[in-house]
Structures are given as structure tokens and as C-alpha cells.
Write a protein that binds this ligand. Structure first.
Ligand SMILES: Nc1ncnc2c1ncn2[C@@H]1O[C@H](COP(=O)(O)OP(=O)(O)OP(=O)(O)O)[C@@H](O)[C@H]1O
Ligand SMILES: [Mg+2]
Length: 234
């Protein structure tokens, strides 16, 4: 089954069309990575899927139901979580408060969900009362991912989860992404660190100039010499 289907989506900002007709399918249980140069429209697609931007044409289906133009709070309730590229934690709140914010629509006890997140990211469990603003870049990314996972989503969208992280932390983050996927969450990633991300991806797409210009399985993209030269640093 297709968890997320994008059909001929056109979107952008005010007077500027950025995405000129994107088609994309994210099958249930898979990891799909979008790569491509700065300004290609990768973040714009994520914002459009999550309802922060309204597409001017095309359709977005989540679990085969039309979610085109739904507001972010409605999209979240259906089980689609999103970790933005920037400003993805509340710096003045503690780690635990950040995680609780992620579950603001849940009634009742959050303890089991918090426990699950602390098992996934033990470093957060050790520092529950620390302010997120005092955490390192990698730890903040874990807080942001933890917050998105509080509602037990069926699809997790991550916009550049390894941006500006030291190589050892990048490895940790990708390891956790693989673990989240193994626990049953379908994942759509936008990533500059294309090689590392494609290694764990079932499929990858290349965006350029607001269009999807290439798509293949993760291993095939990694083995593609031209893609390697153009987008994976040789
Ligand atoms: N809030 C905004 N208002 C107006 N234009 C924007 C806005 N955000 C992005 N853009 C423009 O839309 C185009 C696509 O930007 P987008 O952020 O989707 O690129 P990207 O592929 O995510 O790039 P990067 O790899 O640098 O994150 C760019 O030309 C950018 O300048
Ligand atoms: Mg971006």
C-alpha cells in the first residue's frame, strides 16, 4: 500500500511557483530519501505535504485519503509527523516539556510514550529536566524527532536530520532513524548527507529546479556514477 502519494503537485510562495508538478510515492514501511541541490524545493514539498503551504494544483493522499490543503493540526491527527529543517525545538522548555508539547492533543497519561522515546534516545532520558536550548545540535535533533514521535505517527517526515552534525552524531541519528523504521514507521527524509541517507533508504529521488528529475532504488542511486558525480560528492 502507498502510505503517501503525491500527484502532480504545484506549490510555492506568494507569487513564486517553486514546485512545478511533483509525483512521488512513499510505500508503507519504506524509507524514501529526497536529495538535490539548495533551492531545489525539497523543504517546500515537505511544508506542502504538512499543510503549511497550500498547493495550487495536484493532490496529496495519505493512506489513500485526500489530505490536500488540510491544516497541519488535522494532518498531525491523521498520523503524519514532521520535523522541520530549522527551529524544531522550544529552546526555553525542558526536554520533557518539549516531548509533552508533541502530544498536546493526547488525553490522559503520556508516561508510556515518554518511556518509549527515552528508550529510543537514552541521552534524553538522562537529561529530562535540561532546557532544550542548552543541548548540542545532535541532542536537539533527537528532541525534535522524539517530539514528532510522541503521537506514534504512521509517517515521519525529516528535513535534513543530520544538518550541521559531527560525523559520529550523524551515524547515531541515522542508526536511530533505521530503528524507528524497523519499529514500523514509514519515513520520508530530505538530506544533504545523501550517501548516508541513501544507504538506509529503499528508494531515493533527485530534485532539481522544482522537479523530480530522477528516481531509483537506494542501492541503484548509490551505484549510479552520474548521480554520484553530480549529487553525492564523487
Ligand atoms: N518562506 C519563503 N518565502 C519565499 N520563498 C521561499 C521561502 N522559503 C523558500 N523559498 C524559496 O523557494 C525555493 C525553494 O526553497 P526550499 O527551501 O524548498 O529549497 P530546498 O531544496 O529545501 O533547499 P536547501 O537544500 O537549501 O534546504 C528557493 O528559491 C527559496 O528561496
Ligand atoms: Mg531545505
Amino acid at each position: 500500500m502507498s502510505r503517501l502519494t503525491i500527484e502532480r503537485v504545484v506549490s510555492g510562495y506568494a507569487d513564486m511557483e517553486v514546485l512545478h508538478g511533483i509525483d512521488l510515492c512513499v510505500p508503507e514501511g519504506e524509507i524514501v530519501t529526497i536529495i538535490g541541490p539548495n533551492g531545489a524545493g525539497k523543504s517546500t514539498l515537505m511544508k506542502t505535504i504538512f499543510g503549511l503551504l497550500k498547493p495550487t494544483a495536484g493532490r496529496i493522499l495519505f493512506d489513500e485519503e485526500d489530505i490536500t490543503g488540510l491544516s497541519p493540526d488535522r494532518v498531525v491527527r491523521r498520523g503524519l509527523a514532521y520535523v522541520p529543517q530549522v527551529e524544531n525545538v522550544f529552546p526555553s522548555l525542558t526536554i520533557q516539556e518539549n516531548l509533552e508539547m508533541g502530544a498536546f492533543i493526547l488525553k490522559g497519561h503520556l508516561r508510556d510514550r515518554l518511556q518509549h522515546i527515552y528508550e529510543l534516545f537514552p541521552v534524553l532520558g538522562d537529561r529530562q529536566k535540561a532546557r532544550a536550548g542548552k543541548m548540542s545540535g545532535g541532542e536537539r535533533q533527537m528532541v525534535a524527532m522524539g517530539r514528532a514521535l510522541m503521537l506514534d505517527p504512521r509517517l515521519l517526515m525529516l528535513d535534513e536530520p543530520s544538518a550541521a552534525l559531527a560525523p559520529n552524531l550523524t551515524a547515531t541519528i541515522f542508526e536511530r532513524i533505521a530503528a524507528i523504521n524497523e519499529a514500523g514507521v514509514t519515513i520520508l527524509i530530505v538530506e544533504q548527507n545523501a550517501k548516508e541517507s541513501l544507504k538506509l533508504s529503499d528508494r531515493g529521488c533527485v530534485f532539481a529546479g522544482g522537479l523530480k528529475c530522477f528516481e531509483d532504488s537506494g542501492p541503484a542511486l548509490l551505484a549510479n556514477e552520474e548521480i554520484g558525480r553530480l549529487y553525492l560528492g564523487g
